[in-house]
Each structure stands twice: as structure tokens, then as C-alpha cells.
Design a protein around this ligand. Sequence first.
Ligand SMILES: Nc1ncnc2c1ncn2[C@@H]1O[C@H](COP(=O)(O)OP(=O)(O)OP(=O)(O)O)[C@@H](O)[C@H]1O
Length: 258
Amino acid sequence: MTPLLELRGLTHAYGSLRAVDEVDLTVLPGERHALIGPNGAGKSTLFATVAGTLRATAGSVLFDGQDITALPESGRARRGLLRTYQHASLFLNCSVLDNVALAVQRVDRVAHRFDRAARRFARTEARAREHLEAVGLAGRAADLATALSHGERRQLEVAMVLAAQPALVMFDEPTAGMSAAETERFAGLVEQLPDSLTLLIVEHDLDVVFRLADRVTVLHLGKVLASGPPEQIRADDAVRSAYLGAARTDDLFTGDSR
Ligand SMILES: Nc1ncnc2c1ncn2[C@@H]1O[C@H](COP(=O)(O)OP(=O)(O)OP(=O)(O)O)[C@@H](O)[C@H]1O
């Protein structure tokens, strides 16, 4: 199967520090791929270099077989590679429904340019409501986005991502700052996303990672330390010691691993 995303020798250096150092990685269509690693491993830098927020120093990013290394973030998004931010970018003084409707419109503007306006608005609203239903926010459609809790704002952001009809969504620490209940709800929501959607998730909560991911890549000092199915990663001694040093290896990946 052709990978949807392929990184070849991807490198990003801050001056002399190679925060991402010749990373090779493939993500297959429909895969839920998690990127983990200890603090400073290079996850955020890799994430930003793949999304186009940062430019690669060397190496390449292929998306759906095309070299997109030279494209800015907006150009990658137009091709279907969409990233989220740790702080959701919502129109807080607009309604929940309007936030999603705006995201739907961005896609529809091109596709349905010649439709009558009234019909277009009705369809936009219907689509927006479908996306809200999919993330469990149908009952909050009329509320202002500012009235939503932190966890609900992340749910709304997922609805907006769905509206953009991407092929690959990159989630940047989606459960950061969430309560245990919000994290549980969010993980359930991600589990229910369409199988066709490919996900790349940077996440600190290892319980969430091992619940959601079907492949996990571990970064350490900018390089890939291990990559494979969750059970293989859990059992990997190099991964355990990269996280905890030699002292504590027993309780990693079991119970509350934060
Ligand atoms: N803007 C920057 N300028 C210089 N060095 C940076 C910059 N951003 C990150 N670094 C360094 O690059 C390395 C990788 O950092 P990065 O934030 O990508 O790691 P991370 O795995 O996301 O860490 P964390 O889990 O703590 O967010 C670290 O050594 C960090 O200090």
C-alpha cells in the first residue's frame, strides 16, 4: 500500500542543534499513528516540520506520493494535510454552529460556486449540524463558543476539522489540559472518527496513545528510537530507558502513566 505520508531523512535544525535528525517515517492510509518521546525529543519540531509550520533543513515530506517539502502550511492544508493547534483557534463570540458552518463554507465556496445562495446556506447548515452531531455537540449548536468548556472546545475543533474534509489530521497534544472525564470523552470521539481518516497524534498521555494508536513512533534526541504496534513499543527496553533512565522501568505504560 502506498503511504499517505512519507518522511525521508527529514531534518530540522535550530542553529547547530538538530532537533529532528534524519527521520524516516511512513503513515499508511487510515492509520492512527502516535508520536511519543520524552521532553525535548523533537516531537513538536517534527510535527511543525511535517505540517509546514517550520521549514525542513534537509530531507523531504511526501504526501500522497507528491513531494510537498516546499509547500507552506496553507498549501499542505489545501491538499488535505491539516494540523490542529494546542490552543483551539475558534471564533469565540460566534455560535458553535456558525464556527462549523464557516469551516464548511471554506470547502463549499469552490465546489458549489454556481448554486443559488439560499440552497447553499441550507446545505451548509445541514452539514455543520451533521459534524456537530458526530462530535457530540449537537445540543450546543446555538451557544456561543465562549460558553464551551475546554474539552468541548476541542470537540468543536474536531467538528471543524471534519468539515474541511482532510485526508490526514495531525493532532497536537489534543488532551493537554483536559480533565480525566474530558480526556475519556475525547478519546471516545477519536475512536469513532471515520476509518478513512488518517491520524498523526503527538500526545503525552500514554494511556490515550496506547488506546488510540495502531502504530507508535518513539522519538529520542531527534531520531526514531522505535516504531511499531503498541504492544511492541510497550515491551521495548530502549523505549523504557529513554523515558525513565535505568531507575524506574516497572510502572511505565501501566495505569496512570502521566
Ligand atoms: N525555537 C527553538 N530554538 C532553539 N531550540 C529549540 C527551539 N524549539 C525547540 N528547541 C529545542 O529542540 C529540541 C526539541 O524540542 P521539541 O520542542 O521539538 O521537543 P518535544 O519532544 O516536543 O518536547 P516537549 O515534549 O517538551 O514538548 C529541544 O532540545 C529544544 O530545547
